[in-house]
Design a protein around this ligand. Structure first.
Ligand SMILES: [Cu+2]
Length: 140
């Protein structure tokens, strides 16, 4: 009877210790996982990332990609102009936009879509517009 009691106490102690060890191990693992999640979050925020409200437009001989953009009236339109090759311009006569951009020098511009309508954007470099370097900005 006394022996059984001793054995029971011993058993409770053993089980308790096992749980304690397992609990600490789990806590340690969780902390490790948390810190690795944080560091991967930080590395994702690179300074070269493009803000989501900037539309990237590529200019090439002879066209734009994309060649159709739709915005809301009154919106501030932010565009990053990227040239694949030679100098080009991004020009919208009706909205007073005329920006030159060239290879290796991405150029950010912003303008207000002040009136509704469909406006042609084009390149003023001689021969480019005629070659097909045109696009359409739709203001709803
Ligand atoms: Cu051009």
């Amino acid at each position: 009877m006394r022996l059984t009691k001793k054995a029971a106490i011993l058993l409770v102690l053993l089980v308790g210790m096992s749980f304690w060890t397992f609990y600490n191990f789990t806590r340690f693992r969780t902390a490790q996982q948390k810190s690795s999640t944080n560091s991967s979050l930080n590395s994702r925020q690179t300074p070269t990332s493009i803000p989501s409200d900037i539309t990237v437009i590529k200019g090439f001989n002879y066209g734009y990609s994309p060649k159709e953009i739709t915005v809301k009236e009154g919106e501030t339109v932010r565009v990053r102009l990227v040239s694949d090759d030679s100098p080009h311009t991004f020009t919208i006569s009706e909205l007073g936009v005329n920006q030159e951009f060239t290879w290796g020098k991405d150029t950010d511009i912003s303008f207000i879509a002040s009136k509704k309508g469909k406006f042609q954007f084009y390149c003023t470099v001689p021969g480019h517009k005629e070659g097909g370097m045109v696009g359409t900005l739709t203001v709803d």
